[in-house]
Ligand binder design. Structure first.
Ligand code: ADP
Length: 912
């Protein structure tokens, strides 16, 4: 019977107890059986009160189930606190529940864990009559434990899912998310509550939805235990990530769906991609190295170093095979001794040992016969270490350096040649900084290598070159062209020099300028020679022109008077000439003779000047008188040409006397006045002088044709004429001014001309103002004084082979009352000396037959050393003069003999 009915029956029992006692007894019997055999526990208890308050329960009736479910026996009549000791403390609510039901009469159902019994019970209590309770209970310990276990496992599950970096999810069968772990927030920024209730497809990249749905269906349909799929998920901020989804079907209590985890594999993907890339690179690298090994133009060999220090070849590449004739397979694992000739093996082993000992790369050079030719190889051994730093292998690479060696040899030769070259070689970098100079550079410039390396060649600049030259220079060489030209440079000591330079750029294979090379030659001397040569050539040409002009001129100048002399001499032979005609002809012959003599005088004068033979006769000269007689002399000539000739004295007669050579001064002024008259057609010629401190400045000015600016200097040169054509209008030899200039300078002055073409000319010259008693300037006089005195009674020997000259001398000395003895050649002269001791002096011609004058003089001096000898020649050169002096002559005179000078000289030598 249900408990409710029982409770109700109990209520009715009280009301109808009397009427239905029998029926109740029967029914009780039935209930008794029911209670006894039911599985649940049954306990009827009476409430024990103390001082009116319920404090305990006493078992009134229990069934078998009670014993089975609690394990308690013989409980009837015993208090519950006695049957289950400690219950009051552990489960006070049990007693309280009973008391409350008794109090309220309302049945209660509850679950309780009775600690002393270690069991869970589900119990329903009601009050069958006042002060009594009935408890029907069941042992639910197992269920409770299962529930607890479930709770625990759920807790664990939650805890795990919370800890997991992967997202754990649960969906229902429609794909709606019912659970999502907190990792969702970390990965997508969505909070779990934003996700729960949504469909999982809402969080996928659009293109992923179809495949995701089909995978989902498959899992649901097949009820798959595991399914893995990679899907592209969307984060809250719109970015994506790849998630590897492990999903499986689940079914529980009629509820089905999927459960799974999402693993963010973006990072893993990246790592994977990187790993693949690295692997690829590694593979590439390996292949690359293998290719290098096989195809490299170096001979490569690998040697293993064994623990005992011996060597074994591991492998060699193809070039090494070709180079050595060894085969990779044949040498692999073999020692040098097994593979190579003993001496070669010993040598290479030595190198390997050195490499091991050094612990770093070792280099050496070796020669081999390669392809039938001797070749050079540079080998580098590189030690390879293991993790503990021990060298277990050597990798050797040999490079063919034959070309390099040959080039080096060639370079050595070239370098030696450059070092020895007499040519200057300079090499600079592209900026122009000097990198190399050869010793010749130092020799030429004075700069040492130390001083110029790193410097710019501009240190040699003299500053005398146009900037444009350097601009052109740089333009040329920077364009990669060769520049050839000249530099005017300066040495270290400041000396200027010229150099001829060839400069070019060295361009590498890429077309980049790496250096500039300059090859230079000092051409200073050459240039000077060249300039001198040009000057000489020009001078020679000029001389040639002048000579031609002079010859034509002289020829003209000689022929004209000769024509007059010979023509009128011929006419004089005419028998019937009147006395007047004769006188006229003789006068014309005389004039022509004078003109001729003047010319010859000029030539002789210039010759003397050239030979340094000019004699200066310094004497007190009355300048005013000299000018006066000059003007008196030329006035008739001037008048003839309708020209005025004026004379201006700059000093008084008392002041105007100076020490000079009056003859030379007369000749200078004569030349100038003659020219003034010659080159003027009208106007006047003025002669004058003024004193300028210690100088007298003479001037001769005319109103003639003038002199072009360009000729002002050159007219003072010999044979120079403004017009030297044969058709010129004025006679003259072109010697007058050069003689005048030479004389002015000999007398210690200078001469110049002021003129303008068509405006007349003024010749100005100076002489030292030397009044007598004042020291005269240095001059070339050989005869300075005349010593008047009679030569009467003097005997002279005249050695002369030319009759005309003999007559001329005798006539010249006629007035001196001398005795003149004759000798016709040198030998005669010597004999005459021996025969005539009265001879006081000898006039000795040099050029004579039988014995010349030098020899004769020598002989005579042997006989009479004190006897003065005057040598006389047609032309006295310095050489002849010296020869004469050597031969013993005391003095000499040049022909034509000047009467006055001859007498003066004789007097001088005879001290008379
Ligand atoms: P020459 O008169 O015999 O030709 P010079 O040596 O005296 O030689 O003069 C040289 C040249 O100088 C002359 O030929 C003439 O051309 C020029 N010259 C000299 N004096 C004068 C002058 N007073 N006026 C113009 N030209 C002159």
């Amino acid at each position: 019977m249900p408990k409710k009915n029982k409770v109700a029956a109990s209520d009715n029992c009280q009301k109808e107890l009397a009427e239905t006692k029998e029926a109740a007894a029967a029914s009780e019997m039935l209930h008794r059986n029911l209670i006894d055999y039911m599985h649940n526990g049954y306990a009827c208890c009476r409430v024990v009160t103390e001082k009116g308050r319920p404090v305990d329960l006493i078992h009134v009736e229990v069934n078998k189930g009670y014993e089975n479910l609690t394990g308690l026996k013989n409980v009837i009549g015993r208090k519950i606190t006695e049957v289950i000791p400690g219950i009051a403390d552990s489960n006070p609510e049990l007693l309280e529940n009973h008391f409350r039901v008794v109090e309220s009469g309302i049945a209660e159902k509850f679950e309780i864990y009775i600690e002393p019994l270690h069991k869970w019970y589900e119990s329903t209590i009601y009050c069958p009559e006042k002060g009594y309770t009935v408890a029907i209970f069941d042992d639910i310990t197992k269920r409770k434990q299962a529930e607890q276990a479930l709770q625990n496992s759920e807790k664990k599950f939650r805890s795990i899912t919370e800890q997991m970096s992967e997202i754990v999810f649960i969906t229902d069968s429609s794909g709606q998310i019912s659970f999502i772990s907190p990792a969702i927030e970390k990965i997508t920024d969505y909070k779990p509550h934003e996700v729960i209730g949504q469909r999982f497809t809402d969080f996928l990249s659009e293109e992923e939805v179809p495949s995701a749905l089909s995978a989902y269906k498959e899992v649901m349909l097949k009820q798959s235990t595991t399914h893995v799929i990679v899907l592209k998920f969307m984060r809250k901020n719109g970015t994506f990530f790849f998630g590897e989804v492990h999903v499986q079907y689940y079914h529980e209590s009629g509820y089905s769906g999927t459960i799974g985890v999402i693993h963010d594999i973006s990072e893993r993907n990246r790592c994977e991609r990187t790993r693949i890339e690295y692997e690829k690179k590694l593979l590439d690298g390996k292949q690359f190295l293998q290719n290098i090994y096989d195809t490299v133009n170096h001979s490569v060999f690998v040697i293993d170093v064994l623990p005992d220090g011996s060597y074994r070849y591991k492998s060699i590449n193809r070039l090494h095979e070709i180079r050595t004739g060894l085969k990779n397979e044949a040498i692999s694992g073999k020692s040098p001794r097994e593979v190579l000739e003993p001496d070669v093996a010993a040598t290479v082993t030595g190198y390997y040992d050195r490499c091991i000992h050094k612990g770093s790369s070792t280099e050496y050079e070796e020669t081999h016969m390669f392809k039938g030719k001797l070749s050079w190889w540079r080998t580098i051994l590189n030690p390879v270490r293991n993790d503990s730093g021990h060298i277990y292998r050597i990798i050797g690479t040999s490079t063919n350096i034959t070309e390099h060696k040959l080039t080096e040899e060639k370079l050595k030769t070239l370098s030696f040649a450059i070092q020895q070259s007499p040519t200057v070689v300079v090499i600079t970098d592209p900026e122009g900084n000097i990198e190399y100079i050869n010793p010749t550079f130092t020799e030429h410039t004075g700069y040492t290598e130390k001083e110029v390396i790193g410097q710019n060649p501009r240190i040699l600049k003299s500053g005398l070159m146009e900037d444009s030259v350097y601009e052109e220079f740089w333009k040329t060489i920077l364009a990669g062209n060769v520049w050839h030209g000249e530099f005017h440079n300066k040495k270290k000591n400041g000396e200027l020099y010229w150099e001829d330079a060839i400069v070019s750029a060295i361009v590498n294979q890429k077309g980049v300028i790496t250096n500039f090379v300059a090859v230079k030659e000092d051409i200073t001397e050459k240039k000077k020679l060249w300039v001198d040569l040009i000057a000489s050539k020009e001078k020679a040409e000029e001389s040639d022109r002048l000579k031609t002009a002079f010859l034509a001129n002289i020829s003209h100048e000689i022929r004209t008077p000769m024509n007059g002399i010979l023509g009128f001499a011929e006419l004089l032979k005419e028998p019937h000439l009147s006395g007047e005609e004769q006188a006229e002809y003789i006068e014309l012959i005389n004039q022509s003779g004078k003109r001729m003599l003047a010319l010859i005088n000029d030539i002789v004068d210039i010759s003397r000047i050239e030979a340094g033979e000019t004699m200066i006769h310094v004497e007190p000269t009355h300048v005013n008188k000299l000018l006066h007689s000059l003007c008196t002399f030329f006035r008739p000539l001037a008048a003839n040409k309708n020209l005025l000739l004026s004379c201006n004295n700059g000093l008084s007669d008392e002041e105007c006397v100076i020490e000079t050579d009056s003859a030379k001064l007369t000749q200078i002024l004569t030349n100038l006045v003659q020219n003034g008259l010659k080159f003027s057609v009208e106007g006047e010629v003025r002669v004058g002088y003024i004193r300028k401190e210690d100088l007298l400045e003479f001037s001769v000015s005319d109103s003639g044709i003038g002199i072009p600016e360009s000729m002002k200097e050159s007219i003072f040169e010999r044979f120079r004429q403004v017009d030297n054509s044969l058709t010129r209008h004025h006679e003259g030899s072109g010697l007058g001014l050069s003689i005048s200039k030479a004389y002015v300078e000999m007398l210690g002055g200078t001469i110049r001309v002021e003129s303008g073409e068509g405006n007349g000319s003024t010749f100005i010259f100076t002489l030292p103002f030397n009044p007598p008693g004042v020291q005269t300037p240095e001059h070339h006089a050989t005869v300075t004084e005349s010593a008047p005195g009679s030569l009467r009674g003097t005997t002279i020997l005249l050695a002369e082979d030319d009759a005309v000259s003999r007559i001329l001398i005798k006539r010249s000395l006629q007035e001196e009352n001398l005795t003149i003895l004759d000798a016709w050649n040198g030998r005669d002269a010597v004999q005459m000396i021996m025969q005539h001791p009265e001879i006081d002096l000898v006039l000795m011609d040099i050029k004579m037959p039988v014995m010349n004058g030098f020899e004769a003089s020598r002989e005579i001096k042997k006989l009479r050393p004190e006897l003065p000898i005057i040598a006389q020649t047609a032309f006295t050169s310095k050489e002849e003069r010296l020869k004469a002096l050597e031969a013993g002559c005391d003095s000499f005179m040049s022909k034509p003999i000047n009467k006055q000078k001859l007498i003066e000289l004789i007097r001088l030598l005879l001290h008379k």
